[in-house]
Ligand binder design. Structure first.
Ligand code: FES
Length: 216
């Protein structure tokens, strides 16, 4: 991710494989709520747009730690019939979490489907809100992925007691069936290796000079 972020306009990458995995289950459900947290907001306009095209009323909730970390607000506002913004520090919108807004909405009206995309802990907490209301809720899982084609096993998750590979069976799963504790543990299994790799990357960047966009 860091290497990709060094690319500038006009730079290129050799190959792109995709789209991988399964598409979102888009249909006319009635009222849908699409929720994004942090960089997870990046996927929300795509899902919201398709749900709207399928005839749904779409409510958006996007949240970040602070106003400066909030992305794609204009895009979501254009698509969603209603858009709520939350920040952890209260610098924009509701001071609190997406789960707070979702809970309030569920108390007031019927919501037929919910999508949640964000950090694992945010998806765990927010999807917990829909359990008592029996609202089908999808989360887009973000385990570590290496090959993205179902061969390496690094993206293994447990859903409904069954082993799944998020890259080919997902990334979206029924939130109420996901073992989030295992997901969060497995996201940390390469922390040491990632640290070493980032140090090597930083050294390489220094040797290549500021802003070098090509790496061996
Ligand atoms: S990323 Fe390797 S099996 Fe999914």
């Amino acid at each position: 991710t860091q290497e990709l972020a060094t690319l500038r306009a006009g730079d290129s990458i050799t190959d792109v494989a995709g789209p991988l995995g399964k598409p979102s289950e888009i249909a006319n459900y009635g009222t849908c709520c699409v929720i994004g947290g942090g960089v997870g907001i990046a996927s929300t306009p795509l899902i919201a747009k398709e749900l709207k095209s399928a005839g749904n009323r779409v409510i958006g909730i996007i949240g970040a730690r602070s106003a400066d970390l909030l992305i794609l607000e204009d895009e979501m506002r254009e698509i969603c019939g209603e858009l709520y913004i939350t920040t952890d520090d209260g610098s924009k919108g509701v001071h609190g979490f997406a789960s707070d807004v979702l809970k309030k909405l569920l108390e007031e009206r019927t919501i037929d489907r919910v999508w949640i995309i964000g950090p694992a802990i945010m998806m765990k907490v927010t999807s917990g809100v829909t359990v008592p209301y029996g609202v089908k809720t999808y989360v887009s899982l973000n385990p570590i992925m290496v090959d993205g084609t179902g061969m390496c096993g690094s993206c293994r998750v447990t859903v409904g007691g069954e082993t799944k590979f998020a890259c080919v069976d997902g990334p979206e799963f029924d939130a109420h069936q996901v073992d989030f504790v295992e997901l969060m543990q497995r996201q940390r299994i390469y922390t040491e290796q990632e640290k070493v790799s980032l140090e090597r990357f930083a050294e390489h960047q220094c040797r290549c000079g500021e802003g070098g966009g090509r790496h061996e």
